[in-house]
Design a protein around this ligand. Structure first.
Ligand code: SAH
Length: 446
């Protein structure tokens, strides 16, 4: 990767938009100039305007591409030939002029180009996208992901060879999110291919992620093909969840936690469960079905809580065991501590605190805070399911934060399992940024 990698807004992470409160907390320091992420892309020099569109790298800056990392940062570029426009496909060449890749150009982003292909002979056209999307679908079917239900991430950006493109499937509705100039340029083509390959009743666009701004792209949402049904539902491991694709967070639902929710369900029997950042009740429903004694669920979004309660009804679960609180988790946890409430199983699944490493320090404090309180609220022998979906927090750092929280809470805890996103969110080995979701299951000493 380029030495001067500043930040990336557009990895296929969960969005942080659900976590406005968190972002405010984390950005306090940023406003004071402590962790400010660079905003404007530094413009590379113009090369030969009459040559074919190409990015010419500075000497010795081809290393990350040779390792097949798909991003080209502005600081690695010597000059731009041929006056390409945003979204155009350009050749990427090393300082000696040798071909390295075909990439989507975006002069307005610090990630000036994202690689489509490493093959000089490959043509980036409709057939190319058809092949890539078909491959992504085939990979999901080969992993039998559809067996868990009818919700699936069918395209996961860089890790599926389609930088900036996310497509989630909720039964027969597709939601696509275009996070960078490449997929933005090929929007109609991509929609046609999705229609052709998946025959959905609707393709809905949710190109409103925070990252679009940093890519110089306006936000855009709405129906792209077909008609959006009045109600969209996803079936997951036998549980029904209503999905608000138009106004919900991200593409409407968090598919990445599918397997982790199921795991929580298997350990919930006879326990008092606390689900923080519950959104539409994912972990709560699994806990209720798994035989939890009580489930207290907290989220700051009233809309999400309403859907969560609808979901309890949809599944015929015992609503009397479920308590819902619309609150800031930071404050709610303190109140629960002051009330001396105790739980046997706690889930902490906050929104993205640190989109990039630039936010890591502030984010670490926020993670430590909620985890310390979580540990204090657990009965002896209790389980903590704690997550970070921050690209800017590594697995190692997350584990260190949790270790610090346990120490300060005065508890001994063991990691009993490490968790990641479900397999329809694969991580390309040459693109470690794709491994955004990390989770630890901890058992405090009895
Ligand atoms: N666990 C969920 C996904 C959680 S997404 C699932 O399995 O579906 C993160 C959630 O945190 C969002 O629902 C968002 O509304 C909520 N949130 C963000 N900041 C919050 C805060 N300060 N207090 C409470 N909830 C918050």
């Amino acid at each position: 990767m380029s030495k001067d990698k500043p930040r990336s807004p557009s990895t296929p992470h969960r969005q942080s938009q659900g976590g406005k409160d968190f972002r405010k907390r984390v950005q306090r320091g940023k406003q004071q100039g402590e962790t400010r992420a660079p905003q404007a892309a530094s413009k590379p020099r113009t090369g030969n305007p009459s040559a074919k569109p190409a990015i010419i790298l500075k000497a010795e800056r081809e290393k990350s591409l040779q390792r097949r990392h798909p991003w080209i940062f502005s600081g690695a570029i010597e000059c731009i030939d041929g006056a390409p426009r945003s979204g155009d496909t350009v050749a990427v060449r090393d300082a000696a002029g040798s071909f390295l890749a075909w990439a989507a150009y975006n002069p307005d982003s610090q990630i000036t180009a994202r690689v489509w292909s490493w093959q000089e002979k490959e043509v980036v056209d409709k057939a190319f996208f058809h092949q890539r999307i078909a491959n992504a679908l085939a990979a999901r079917y080969a992993l039998a992901i559809g067996q868990a239900g009818n919700g699936m991430r069918i395209v996961h950006g860089e890790s599926d060879g389609l930088p900036g493109l996310i497509v989630d499937k909720y039964d027969d509705v597709l939601v696509m999110q275009l996070g960078s100039a490449g997929p933005e340029h090929w929007r109609e083509t991509i929609a046609d291919i999705l229609q052709d390959l998946c025959a959905p009743v609707c393709i809905y666009e949710r190109s409103d992620s925070d990252g679009r701004e940093l890519e110089g792209l306006p936000k855009r949402c709405g129906v792209v093909r077909g008609t959006l049904p009045e109600k969209v539902e996803v079936l997951e491991n036998g549980l029904r969840f209503a999905v608000d694709v138009a106004a919900g967070q991200k593409t409407g639902y968090y598919l990445d936690q599918r397997d982790n929710r199921a795991f929580t369900g298997t350990l919930a029997a006879d326990r008092d469960v606390l689900n923080c950042f519950c959104y539409t009740g994912g972990f709560s429903l699994y806990a209720l079905r798994g035989g939890a004694k009580t489930v207290l669920s907290i989220d700051s979004s009233q809309d999400a809580l309403q859907i969560a309660q609808t979901n309890v009804g949809l599944n015929g679960l015992d609503a009397s065991k479920a308590e819902w609180q619309c609150a800031d988790v930071f404050e709610a946890l303190r109140k629960l501590r002051d009330q001396n409430r105790k739980f046997d199983l706690i889930v902490l699944d906050p929104p993205k605190f640190a989109p990039t490493a630039a936010y890591a320090e502030k984010a670490s404090r926020a993670y430590k805070d909620i985890n310390l309180l979580g540990f204090k609220l657990l009965r002896p022998g209790g389980l903590l399911f704690t997550y970070s979906c921050s690209g800017g927090i590594s697995d190692d750092l997350f584990q260190k934060i949790i270790a610090g929280a346990a120490l300060d809470a005065g508890v001994d805890a063991q990691i009993v399992k490490k968790l990641h996103a479900a397999p329809d969110h694969p991580v390309l080995l040459s693109f470690p940024e794709g491994a955004y979701l990390k989770g630890l299951v901890l058992r405090v000493a009895g």
